[in-house]
Design a protein. Structure first.
Length: 706
């Protein structure tokens, strides 16, 4: 008997993973043409970077799409906030109710700034992440949201030194011979780059991981360096001390392409000797000396240049921006920026010249509009920020009840009866339980989008594979409906998604100077991934050309000096650190880290049964010494707490952490816990030195047995 494929009764569709991951994988979806149902989903073998394999999470994506708990119809609340009791309504009623509420608030004494949009990277497509949504709230005059929660500290830190993100051609990293995963659990959160690292190792490279936690990447590396949380800048400065002391620096690169080498040399030599750095970082002098030697002399010792793969975990503490600013100075000292696939890699996102001004129309923002840092949602909901109190909240692409710091105060803010909350999502999340109106959202298989990446150099279109389930709608269509109901100018909202994508690609433009996307068309990307117009073995800083004010790598920043800040790299300790806050550490002596579980992506996928079962239960990894002091047995339930909140977990006694450090993998929805709390009940809303980022890994706690 012939199969449906042989009879032409199935079709395949090229799609893209939309989730907050650098890999931005190519996907092929198989659709049964008789039923219109997606029956298979796998990696695109023709994708030059992701090459046909997917992570565990996205391999189970059809379970997410066809989950029995998918939101399929608009709903309004009929019970107390937080209970999650709703009744079905029509889209007309949902849009009318929302528009009437927005108009009333905008016309009130507080004005439209009492309305706050709240979104992040639940989807990373250019249209669903930041297009008509931004236009709508800009036109409305709502408060602006500073989307800082993940990456801004590292981004701004990079900008101080380099004028842009630390980047190199990821595919060329097979040429590196000393690869440092610095705060990056690459084997889990960047699996296709891990494959490149593994290939480099087969060619002779050594893989080192610097991380307070023995992550899967650290366990698979040739050397794990267990630095104390939040002390990465001190380690980098100690490495600089040794490089300058031994004369291992690349003087030609420093002279030709950098400013401030002599000032940095003086600071490193005078202020960061290995003995001091060992005390700060919890490493031995021997470990610091060995790492500096291997890193700086990788050409001689291992036969090729060195690459530092940075990630965002190391910047989630009070000094996180300075830590990244400091680390990305290192390739200038060694001259590794000269080599393709070497230097440092944080994000390739700045290589894509999408027309973001066209997508988001920031020119529509009224002068004087306030900006609220998303990290400070608890303060915003409690009226503790300048300006009007928040009277309406529109949540999409995010789940703040689970992901935001100071969880208990976020939840108490969401229970306000005078707060009108709309949530547009695929599922009844913890946040949706507190909504007044819930709107059903499409999944990636049900809408069109266009994607860049922050881990490779390919532009991709996501082609819709199936019709939207129920009455689900994509973000763009929701904001078109709201704009019509508000009477906003049609020319701002009535273009089709594909036309917006073409314009964002600058298709048809004839720039004076070609860009990395010149000549790339939407039709090209719909057929498959298209590499940016960048050279093979792209090395953006091989001959300098840094996009800083000086045009050079700014080891000394004149801009920082003019702003009254230290112009040189330095070590800024965490806000909550046993060495600098001994009184606080006397009550809460353990540094808590909460990286994502491999089965989840922040709070995404927690409700997928297969993945939640794979994650098991909430655990707390604790060193045997710390466990013994607290009479905690392996497998025992423990309470993790500080002055902000508490949660429960099962103890795993292991040397995957050093004494004084505990790790609980996240990020669980409250409704899937036995105590209605996750690890963010203990995290603070304090922000980073640069960029106003979140400080999730800057968190002192105590642990007791239950």
């Amino acid at each position: 008997m012939s199969t449906k494929r042989e009879l032409g009764l199935v079709r395949t569709v090229k799609a893209v993973c939309p989730h907050d991951c650098p890999d931005t994988c190519g996907i092929v979806v198989t659709v049964d043409q008789e039923t219109g149902r997606a029956v298979d989903l796998r990696g695109d073998k023709e994708h030059p970077f992701t090459k046909g394999f997917l992570c565990q999470k996205v391999s189970n994506y059809l379970e997410r799409v066809y989950h029995p708990d998918r939101l399929l119809y608009p709903m309004k609340r009929v019970g107390p906030k937080g209970e999650g009791k709703f009744t079905r309504i029509s889209w007309d009623e949902a849009i009318r109710t929302t528009a009437e509420k927005f108009r009333a608030i905008a016309a009130s004494e507080d004005g439209p700034q009492a309305i706050l949009p709240y979104s992040y990277a639940g989807t990373m497509g250019k249209l669903m992440y930041s297009s008509l949504d931004r236009r709508f709230f800009h036109r409305l005059g709502a408060s602006l949201l500073d989307r800082t929660i993940c990456a801004t500290a590292g981004a701004v830190g990079c900008d101080v030194t380099l004028g842009t993100r630390a980047a190199t051609d990821p595919e060329a990293a097979v040429n590196s011979r000393y690869i440092v995963n610095w705060g990056s659990n690459t084997a889990v959160t960047n699996i296709h780059f891990w494959k490149i690292e593994h290939e480099a190792r087969k060619r002779g490279a050594k893989i080192v991981t610097i991380d307070p936690y023995k992550s899967p990447t650290a366990a698979k590396s040739d050397w794990w360096i267990p630095v104390r949380p939040g002390t990465d800048a001190a380690l980098a400065l100690g490495v600089m001390h040794i490089i300058f002391r031994e004369g291992w620096q690349d003087d030609a690169y420093l002279s030709d392409h950098c400013v401030g080498a002599e000032q940095l040399r003086a600071r490193a030599l005078n202020e960061y000797p290995p003995e001091k750095v060992a005390y700060i970082t919890g490493l031995s002098v021997e470990e610091i000396e060995r790492f500096a030697r291997e890193y700086a002399r990788s050409q001689e010792l291992f036969g090729g240049p060195a690459l530092i793969r940075l990630n965002y975990g190391l910047q989630r503490h009070g000094g996180g921006g300075m830590a990244v600013r400091t680390i990305v100075c290192l390739p200038a000292l060694t001259g590794d920026w000269r080599h393709p696939g070497a230097g440092a890699l944080l994000s390739t996102s700045k290589a894509y010249p999408f027309d973001d001004n066209y997508l988001m129309r920031p020119d529509l923002v009224p002068k004087g509009t306030r900006t609220i840092n998303m990290v400070n949602l608890a303060e915003a909901l409690h009226g503790e920020l300048p300006g009007p109190s928040v009277q309406a909240l529109f949540v999409y692409n995010s789940n703040p009840a689970a992901v935001n710091p100071d969880q208990s105060r976020v939840l108490s803010g969401l229970t306000r009866e005078d707060l009108f909350t709309v949530v547009h999502d695929q599922f009844q999340t913890d946040t949706a339980d507190f909504a007044d109106i819930v709107l059903p959202a499409t999944t990636q298989l049900e809408h069109f989008d266009i994607h860049n990446s922050y881990g490779h150099l390919y532009v991709q279109a996501n082609n819709p594979a199936i019709a939207p389930l129920g009455e689900a709608k994509p973000n763009t269509e929701v904001f078109r409906l709201l704009a019509r109901a508000m009477g906003f100018e049609p020319e701002l909202f009535e273009e089709s998604d594909e036309e917006i994508a073409r314009r964002s690609l600058r298709e048809g433009d004839t720039p004076a100077e070609p860009t990395a996307m010149t000549g790339i068309t939407l039709d090209d990307t719909k057929a498959g991934p298209v590499r940016l117009n960048l050279p093979t073995n792209w090395a953006p800083f091989a001959t300098g050309e840094f996009p800083t004010l000086s045009g050079k790598c700014e080891l000394y920043s004149e801009r920082e000096a003019r702003a009254g800040r230290d112009p040189l790299p330095y070590y800024a300790p965490p806000h909550e650190d046993p060495q600098t806050k001994p009184d606080l550490a006397a009550k809460y002596p353990l540094q808590l880290l909460t990286p994502p579980a491999s089965s989840f992506l922040n709070s995404t996928f927690v409700n997928v049964n297969t993945l939640r079962k794979s994650a098991g239960e909430r655990t707390l990894e604790i060193h045997p010494t710390d466990a013994a002091r607290r009479n905690i047995a392996n497998g025992q339930m423990v309470r993790v707490f500080n002055g902000r909140g508490r949660f429960r977990a099962r103890a795993i006694i292991a040397e995957s952490v050093k004494p004084g450090v505990v790790v609980s993998l996240g990020l669980w929805w409250r409704k899937f816990t036995d105590d209605g709390a996750n690890c963010n009940s203990t995290t603070s809303t304090a922000t980073t030195d640069f960029g106003g980022g979140a400080t999730f890994f800057d968190n002192l706690v105590e642990v007791t047995a239950l």
